[in-house]
Design a protein around this ligand. Structure first.
Ligand code: KMH
Ligand code: ZN
Length: 272
């Protein structure tokens, strides 16, 4: 099997320190958590950023200051993947704008869905605009797939030639309003990928650990982190992102999956 690409989603847009005291919010906190996670085995940082009040932001200056802090602190340079999903309700123009900073990668959300009590809007017109911006700035997308129909949306946009290889798919499973995080869902999605795709899984909440473990055995990649899951085990909050990364690394090694370094990840994902 290929080496394991471990992504860590350190912050997200939905949480705050009241809910999760370990959540990194400031650029310095994000830099520390990113570097600790890279030391623990992560090669990709999935990055959402906040403003000075701690609210979710898609502003270029807020992305830039977090990137600077992370790159200054880390001994091993991680791959930084911007979120173009942002927070629910963020305008698509603002979500697209950060691509102008030409991050190593960025997320590309593939459909409109219920997202808890909210609606996360990604119309075809939004997705085409996003696809064109990815091409314009030559940023490699990671396709976020929360439901079976999102794979069909990806295939439609490929057919329209809006999206071209490489196809890196992240199955985000267990969001209330989309596909449940059970193993049969993961198996179905893997079986229906476009040809020559790479894939990973990000299980939300209690789905994180079982889905990650199955992905390790199936040859897929794994995303963990406080954005997706704040608990280490039932009733016990995770103390840091790195704690969640370390656990998956331990299980992966036990199962015979070696961990890809950031350099190896670049090659596996066709990043320039
Ligand atoms: N915050 C969610 C509404 C992404 O990063 O691209 C969307 C999200 C996906 O987190
Ligand atoms: Zn995200």
């Amino acid at each position: 099997m290929e080496k394991l690409i471990l992504t860590v989603a350190i912050t997200g847009a939905e949480l705050n320190k009241k809910i999760c005291p370990a959540l990194p919010i400031t650029p310095d906190e994000q830099a520390k958590d990113s570097c600790d996670s890279v030391e623990a085995g992560a090669s990709i940082i999935h990055l959402h950023v906040r403003d000075d009040q701690g609210n979710p932001s898609q502003k270029l200056e807020h992305f830039q200051r977090s990137v600077d802090a992370i790159l200054k602190k880390c001994h091993k340079r991680p791959i930084i993947q911007f979120s173009t999903g942002g927070a629910v309700g963020e305008k698509i123009e603002n979500r697209i704008a950060s691509l102008a900073l030409k991050p190593d990668m960025a997320s590309f959300n593939l459909g409109t869905m219920n997202f808890g009590e909210d609606i996360f809007v990604n119309t075809f017109s939004d997705m085409r605009a996003l696809a064109r911006a990815f091409k314009k700035y030559q940023v490699v997308p990671e396709f976020e797939i929360y439901d079976a129909g999102h794979l069909d949306n990806l295939k439609k946009l490929i057919k329209e030639n809006e999206i071209t290889p490489p196809y890196h798919c992240q199955f985000v499973l267990g969001v209330p309003g989309a596909m449940l995080g059970d193993i049969s869902a993961l198996v179905y999605l893997v079986q229906h990928l476009p040809q020559n795709s790479t894939w990973g899984v990000a299980g939300i909440g209690r789905f994180e650990l079982p889905l990650a473990t199955h992905a390790l055995l199936m040859g897929g990649n794994v995303r963990v982190g406080l954005e997706d899951n704040i608990y280490y085990e039932k009733g016990r909050l995770a103390s840091s992102n790195a704690e969640l990364v370390s656990r998956i690394k331990r299980i992966a090694i036990e199962l015979g999956r070696d961990i890809a370094s950031p350099e190896e990840t670049k090659k596996l994902l066709d990043l320039a």
